[in-house]
Design a protein around this ligand. Structure first.
Ligand code: SAH
Length: 392
């Protein structure tokens, strides 16, 4: 294995188990690793620190272990089993009412660069680093060992998540089994999961708990689900007894998906309608009075440079919604931009409330669910935040 040596003093964050080595911290490397190779990281005095995947870019190594141990099938089995145990503890796995959950959440499960979402008997696996891509078959074998017969298929979906410059030409496809069955359950509700063409791994698993909260508040309300995608919030609102539910997404494909998912759970139910429309245009032109509104836009800031622009976007969107909704309305508003902090998001919503000149109470402060854990040594893993507001 290639040995890598850090500059003096650059081992401190690693000694605190932060899982990244930045390229500026590297003093020298014995040898010439290829992107994705395993490297052994040493302090400037030569002492062992960690083993990880070598990368090209500002993060040079993503750490797999702080022990000097082999990275083999047994290693992956141990890591995946630990992740699975956490999901059983939370209650999302081995649950007859729920077959949709995140089994592996990258750094949050000490597996940087790897995401695995479970949808019934199918795992959708996504590599965000060349190292995890190289190990994909070994990880797939280990996953089969851990999950046994519950796992029949693994769909590998890394076409758009692998570093672009690595130019691997990887195509999406099954690496174990194959199935046309695309239905999974979440808290007893059923959803078509479009892992073949859908965004992310096919579903936004991270909103499960927040959808349940919407369900609790929906009774008798007129619900507007903005940026609905597969319509998770809409289906929960219907089960919660909403008077009507309108779903909006700029993509016609998303509108088709939400309609299919509503039909799957509430066939022929006339309370629901979906519109393919730009969110801002819809808010400007809407005539219906909605007293529960969900705003779950795509990440407005994908990079640090885009932060200021994104904050303006969140402010404008929230102000527009607050201007329109009647007194006594509930607003569920989210940001999934990792680059925007909880404080920045709250400030954007504060500014929106000021612009709309409304009295606003914060009822709940929301975040990602327990199957998207945050590694305490890697606070960067916290990305989803939401506020539930009571607007007077
Ligand atoms: N709330 C969803 C996830 C939202 S993903 C869930 O719970 O699953 C963001 C969605 O916003 C995407 O489906 C995308 O098509 C849509 N979108 C992006 N820009 C938009 C715009 N300007 N107006 C309406 N929808 C938009």
């Amino acid at each position: 294995m290639t040995n890598l040596y850090l500059n003096k003093g650059k081992d401190e964050s690693l000694r605190r188990f932060h899982p990244w080595v930045f390229s500026g911290a590297v003093h020298h490397i014995d040898g010439n690793p290829k992107e994705g190779d395993l490297v052994q990281v040493h302090a400037s005095d030569g002492s062992f620190i960690a083993i990880g995947h070598w990368q090209i870019g500002s993060i040079a190594v993503r750490v797999l272990t702080f022990e000097n141990e082999p990275i083999n099938r047994e290693f992956w089995v141990r890591k995946l089993r630990a992740a699975y145990d956490v999901r059983k503890t939370i209650g999302v796995a081995d649950n007859e009412h729920n077959s949709t959950y995140r089994l592996v959440h990258g750094e949050g499960d000490s597996l940087p660069g790897l995401v695995i979402d479970m949808y019934g008997q199918t795992a959708v696996m996504q590599a965000h680093s060349v190292g995890m891509h190289v190990c994909r078959m070994e990880i797939a074998e280990a996953l089969k060992d851990v999950m046994g017969d519950q796992l029949q298929n693994i769909y590998y979906k890394s076409e758009t998540t692998l570093p672009y410059k690595a130019d691997l030409g990887q195509e999406n496809g099954f690496i174990l089994g194959q199935t046309p069955e695309d239905i999974a359950t979440e808290n007893g509700l059923r959803f078509h999961i479009d892992w073949l063409k859908g965004q992310k791994t096919g579903f936004f698993v991270d909103q499960r708990d927040n959808r349940s909260l919407v369900e609790q508040y929906s009774k008798g309300r007129n619900v507007l689900n903005m940026f609905c995608y597969t319509g998770g919030f809409s289906v929960y609102a219907m089960r919660g007894g909403a008077r009507l539910v309108h779903s909006v997404d700029s993509s016609q494909k998303a509108v088709d998906l939400v309609n299919a998912n509503v039909e799957l759970n509430f066939p022929g139910d006339k309370r629901h309608a979906a519109f393919a429309e730009d969110a801002f245009k819809f808010l400007d032109q809407m005539t219906e009075s909605y007293d529960l509104v969900i705003l779950d836009p795509p990440a407005f800031a994908k990079h640090r440079d885009a932060v200021r622009h994104a904050i303006k976007g969140y402010t404008k969107l929230n102000a527009r919604a607050m201007e329109k909704i009647p007194a006594g309305s509930l607003l569920f508003t989210f940001s999934c931009s990792q680059a925007i902090s909880k404080e920045q998001f709250r400030m954007a919503v504060f500014t929106a409330a000021t612009l709309a000149h409304r009295q606003v109470r914060i009822l709940h402060q929301l975040h990602q669910p327990a199957d998207h854990p945050v590694n305490i040594y890697h606070p960067e893993g916290e990305y989803l935040k939401g506020l539930v507001l009571y607007v007077e």
